[in-house]
Each structure stands twice: as structure tokens, then as C-alpha cells.
Write a protein that binds this ligand. Structure first.
Ligand code: ZN
Ligand code: ZN
Length: 256
């Protein structure tokens, strides 16, 4: 860590000790920076910034690259926690591919960050998500399983992300997303979004089903083996090699 960055972090930590505001979003969640450290990783050299909040015990983190505090046009990826995908490498979703692609991309940039948001299963939690998986195993209709998972478009909330960006004094962001709705949400919470960077993942044996799939329905994809893949990140996946037509199909699916 450079001296300047270390000093900037220390100032933020000191300021945040006393921080308390009316919060962001419908839950009026206020977050506070409580710890920071270096985080060398296989994807690049990052720092990790830990946040606490006043509403629940969810500890969110920002994984930052380079000199981001107070910066403008910072590339930012919002990632919602998915233990089964991110950690275990579950193939029921593409969360891990999306997270790895984002970390790799940002790891090669001068600056950028991933906000890792602890809203597992769209905020309904791990247990309920696994219940929904179980319902699918039993042959439940995907739409019902999606509802059990909380997969309703209107419930997505990035107020915590907006507060985290404000806590880090980010002036403006270039959002890494394929979903313009995400830009709208952040903008509504007062974040200045100057650009959108498409999130394009390299093809691999695990995300290949997107390339093979044409039939999309109600926010899910079914691969050639009849296995359902849920969209736990509210971003359609775009993989290098997809045709314009395939991208359009996932787009139509995502915007519902
Ligand atoms: Zn606050
Ligand atoms: Zn997932």
C-alpha cells in the first residue's frame, strides 16, 4: 500500500467511526467502513474494505484496485453473494463465472472495484435459496421456484451499494453491467454513472450452455440436459462468441 493510499484509508476509517446518516433506500440502511487491508489475489492485487451496517448483521465488502478513493469514472461491478456458486462452483447458476470475469477484468485495470453485496438468494438467504433448489429438484415449475427465491424484478435494491460508493467518496462510476436497469437504480440513489462497460465473460465448459441455449423463458435457461440455470445475478450473461441474436434473446429475457 502506498503511503498516500494508507493515509486516505486512515482518514476514511476515522471519519466513519462517527458516521451515522438517515440511510439509503427503503430500509434506510446506513453503512460504515470499519476495516481495510491489502488483498493480493490470483486475479490481481486488491484492497478489501469492510462495511458494517445499522440494520442487520450483513458485512459487505468492496474489493478495490488502485487509487479509487475520491476518484471519478471508477469501473464498478456489483455482485450479489452466492455461496453455492461463488465458493462451491455450483452449476445451477453462473455467479462464479460472473464474479471471476469481473475480478480478472478489474485486476488488469488501473483502478476499479467489485462491491460484494451480501444479499444471498436475492436477499432471502441461503436456506431459502436451497429450499427453492429443492423445489426444482422435485419438479416444481421454475416460475414458482423463482418466486420462492425472491426472483421478482421489483425487489432488487442497490441502496447499500450506493451508500458504499458514497462512503468511499467515489465521484462517478463506469458500471460494469449488461443491464441498464442497474444504472437507473444507482442513478436514483444519487450515484453518477458516466458510462457502462459491457460485462463479457470468456467461454468455458461451464457457461457454454448460454451459447447452446436458444429457449429462454421467465428468467431462466434450460441447457441441453434439461438442467435449469437460475439468474442469481440480475444481469444477463454475455459470453465471448455469442451471436447478436443470442445476445438479443438473453436481453429480451433479462428485461422482463
Ligand atoms: Zn450512512
Ligand atoms: Zn449463484
Amino acid at each position: 500500500m502506498t503511503t498516500t493510499m494508507h493515509e486516505q484509508f486512515q482518514v476514511l476509517l476515522d471519519e466513519n467511526k462517527e458516521h451515522h446518516c438517515g440511510g439509503f433506500g427503503k430500509n434506510k440502511t446506513c453503512v460504515r467502513i470499519v476495516a481495510m487491508a491489502e488483498l493480493p489475489s490470483r486475479f490481481g492485487d486488491f484492497h478489501i474494505v469492510a462495511f458494517e451496517n445499522n440494520e442487520d448483521h450483513k458485512e459487505h465488502v468492496a474489493i478495490t484496485k488502485g487509487d479509487v478513493i475520491g476518484a471519478s469514472d471508477v469501473p464498478v461491478r456489483l455482485h450479489s453473494e452466492c455461496l453455492t456458486g461463488d465458493v462451491i462452483g455450483s452449476l445451477r447458476c453462473d455467479c462464479r463465472d460472473q464474479l471471476e470475469a469481473a475480478l480478472k477484468m478489474i485486476g488488469q485495470m488501473d483502478k476499479g472495484m467489485v462491491l460484494y453485496l451480501r444479499q444471498e438468494g436475492r436477499g432471502i438467504g441461503l436456506v431459502n435459496k436451497i429450499r427453492a433448489y429443492s423445489l426444482q429438484d422435485d419438479g416444481l415449475d421454475t416460475v414458482e421456484a423463482n418466486l420462492a427465491l425472491g426472483f421478482r424484478d421489483d425487489e432488487r435494491d442497490y441502496s447499500v451499494a450506493a451508500h458504499m460508493l458514497q462512503s468511499l467518496k467515489i465521484q462517478s462510476v463506469r458500471l460494469i453491467t449488461n443491464n441498464p436497469k442497474k444504472i437507473q437504480q444507482l442513478t436514483d440513489y444519487g450515484v453518477k454513472v458516466t458510462d457502462r462497460i459491457p460485462h463479457i465473460m470468456p467461454p468455458n465448459e461451464h457457461n457454454l450452455f448460454y451459447l447452446q441455449t436458444k429457449a429462454t423463458k421467465s428468467g431462466h435457461l434450460i441447457d441441453f440436459h434439461g438442467k435449469q440455470h437460475l439468474k442469481e445475478q440480475d444481469d444477463r450473461a454475455i459470453i465471448t462468441g455469442m451471436s447478436e441474436e443470442q445476445i438479443r434473446e438473453t436481453e429480451e429475457d433479462s428485461w422482463k
